[in-house]
Design a protein. Structure first.
Ligand SMILES: Cc1cc2nc3c(=O)[nH]c(=O)nc-3n(C[C@H](O)[C@H](O)[C@H](O)COP(=O)(O)O)c2cc1C
Length: 173
């Protein structure tokens, strides 16, 4: 397997913890862990295998407070990448108990930016097992990446990560 660039943010919370879990499960020797806020288009272009990790802090917050989220800094870089020769996987931190109408929306927002650029997004997840009402991350009936809820379902995270990594591992380059 070629080296994986795992770009994640924000730092210091659940997203970082899960990013490290994903890397450990893939084998740390296979993964470069990179802070999204410091990364540029060229950093993403170096990798044929790319994983994006992010949290949802609410679409309104995302759109109105441009300094609040590492991904506001990174997203314009991500949008410039040519994805035609890449395999992409994504995981998203969220909470479907408190935000059941916007569960892991950021995954969907990100996907909408990169799918038109030819991104082959692997690691889609069946929504059964997640009790939510609406999510922008549902594309063609599936979550476009792995949703993780560290706020209310932390006991499920290890199993979710393990199953998801087993699935994407067979499809990475
Ligand atoms: C102000 C605020 C808004 C949030 N909005 C959403 C939301 O719209 N959808 C969702 O799934 N989770 C939402 N969450 C939950 C976070 O995504 C969740 O707590 C996540 O684990 C935070 O990751 P972090 O510790 O890396 O920042 C929100 C949390 C906060 C504090």
């Amino acid at each position: 397997m070629k080296k994986i660039g795992l770009f994640y943010g924000p730092l210091g919370g659940s997203t970082e913890r899960v990013a490290k879990k994903v890397a450990a499960t893939l084998g740390v020797e296979n993964v470069d862990l990179i802070h999204a806020k410091d990364a540029k288009t060229a950093d993403v272009e170096k990798y044929e295998n790319v994983i994006f990790g992010l949290s949802t802090i609410g679409t309104e917050t995302w759109e109105s407070d441009k300094s609040a989220n590492d991904w506001d800094i990174f997203l314009p870089e991500v949008e410039k990448v040519d994805y035609s020769n890449k395999v992409i996987a994504m995981f998203g931190l969220g909470d479907q108990i408190t935000y059941d109408l916007h569960f892991v929306d950021s995954l969907g927002i990100l996907a909408e930016k990169i799918l038109p650029k030819g991104a082959n997004i692997i690691g889609r997840v069946n929504p059964e097992g997640y009790d939510f009402r609406e999510s922008m991350a549902i594309i063609e009936g599936e979550f476009i990446g792995l949703p993780v809820n560290e706020d209310f379902e932390p006991e499920l995270t290890d199993e979710r990560v393990k199953n998801w990594v087993a699935k994407i591992k067979t499809q990475l380059k």
